[in-house]
Design a protein around this ligand. Structure first.
Ligand SMILES: [Zn+2]
Length: 431
């Protein structure tokens, strides 16, 4: 076959791909998805940690090609894997992060006082994980119900006394809960919205399960922070959607819920917590915080396609800077270890092509991950003590959102003069 023919074939395949992409539709408004936000290439599922037996077999990789809808500006990823697959054995246990537990406990203090919750109320958390949050309501005598599809983490919640419905949440589950007398005064959803395959079913479910005067609060990483700070590593297959205030407001308005307040919070690199109520519950007026943030998003251009088109260039620049730093350190003969094995680390390492040629190993506090290997890059995961044993000169912090906590936990590395590296927004060595 001649070169020309091969090229023509390749072009035909590329055209086909375009056709397939153009048939994808927005998860919320169903408009055709025509624009790329960023294409991070092929990556394995970020929570699929491998055992030693699995290192020698084929490993599935899926595209991490993020699009943006030109109708509603929802930034989104095609769903390549079923939600059942993602949640069968969910490796993320919320209780392994001290700062996250503190965040949960502070939230519970704030919201129970603000809403006047007591022994006759019901606080429901969607994707309640191992009960890391609901346990603090129980301590105050406030009844709780968790909804969590992953069996293994739900079991840990039950052991803490947190009653847990092992189910996916949506309109059907919401109707069953109401029928069982489990309508909620408060619905909490922390870092779950991004993982919802059917946004309309989920938002509709909240509308159903929430009592007439009830409040729902949802926390999720803020798209404008992701864009401003190059947080491309927070993109992974398990996160289907990335939200701005202007888009999330539209989604809930379509289901009779009004976004009446918003807090900007530092978790996960910059999140927002939105407060929702029923359309006819006029006892809770829309606060200036909502108007202000909406105006800032419009001023930043989040309602214009050209703003989204610039993101991909920044990401490439960030990758090049991280590789330049690591190449320099390795050429100088320095040993570099990782800290953490979070989902975001796997996106970063696979996209940048960082394997054992750059990172000797990584460590994590979660025993589930010990003795396993990072998906795609096959970097081994050890208990944190390995840092003290091996004394690497540099430690690349993969969960950079927890960098202060990690630097203080690992204070002892100063004994041998080790330094920390953060990869995002641009790679740098911490002083
Ligand atoms: Zn849309």
């Amino acid at each position: 076959m001649s070169n020309t023919m091969e090229l023509e074939e390749a072009e035909a395949t590329a055209d086909q791909t375009k056709t397939i992409l153009a048939t994808a539709h927005c998860r919320f408004c169903r408009a055709p998805l025509r624009h790329t936000f960023v294409d991070l290439g092929m990556s394995p599922l970020c929570e699929s940690f491998l055992t030693v037996d699995q290192l020698n077999i084929m490993e599935p990789f899926y595209p991490l090609h993020v699009k943006v809808c030109d109708e509603c500006f929802l930034v989104q990823l095609d769903q390549y894997v079923s939600k059942e697959h993602i949640f069968t054995e969910y490796a993320y246990f919320s209780s392994y992060s001290d700062s996250w537990l503190k965040h949960a406990s502070n939230y519970v203090d704030m919201i129970s006082e603000r809403l006047g919750l007591g022994a006759k109320s019901l606080a429901v958390e969607l994707a309640s994980n191992d009960g890391y949050l609901l346990q603090y309501f129980l301590k105050k005598g406030i009844p709780v119900l968790g909804v969590e599809p992953a069996v293994n983490v739900a079991k840990c919640a039950e052991e803490k006394g947190v009653t847990t419905l092992v189910k996916f949440f949506g309109c059907q589950t919401a109707r069953e809960m109401v029928a069982n007398g489990q309508a909620a005064d408060l619905v909490v959803g922390n870092n779950v919205l991004a993982q919802v395959p059917d946004l309309n079913d989920f938002a509709g479910g909240i509308q159903i399960v929430l009592k007439p005067g009830g409040v729902a609060t949802l926390e999720f990483p803020h798209l404008s922070r992701l864009m401003e700070e190059n947080q491309y590593d927070t993109i992974y297959h398990e996160h289907f959607s990335y939200f701005s205030l202007i888009t999330v407001e539209k989604i809930f308005a379509a289901h009779g819920l009004v976004l009446f307040d918003v807090d900007e919070i530092p978790t996960h690199g910059g999140s927002i917590r939105i407060y929702l109520r029923h359309l006819n519950d006029t006892s809770k007026p829309v606060k200036p915080s909502v108007v202000n943030l909406r105006q800032r998003e419009l001023a930043a251009g989040l309602d214009r396609m050209e703003t989204y088109a610039n993101f991909a260039e920044q990401v490439i620049d960030s990758k090049h800077k991280l590789l330049e730093l690591l190449i320099r350190l390795r050429r100088e003969g320095k040993r570099v270890a990782g800290y953490g094995a979070p989902g975001k680390g796997n996106t970063l390492l696979n996209y940048c092509g960082i394997r054992k040629d750059f990172l000797d190993f990584t460590v994590d506090r979660n025993p589930y991950k010990h003795g396993r290997f990072l998906p795609g890059t096959h970097i081994p995961i050890f208990p944190v003590e390995r840092i003290r044993e091996r004394r690497p000169e540099y430690i690349l912090i993969l969960p950079w959102n927890l960098k202060d906590e990690i630097v203080s936990q690992l204070g002892y590395v100063r004994e041998w003069g080790a330094k920390f590296i953060v990869p995002i927004p641009m790679a740098r060595i911490l002083d």
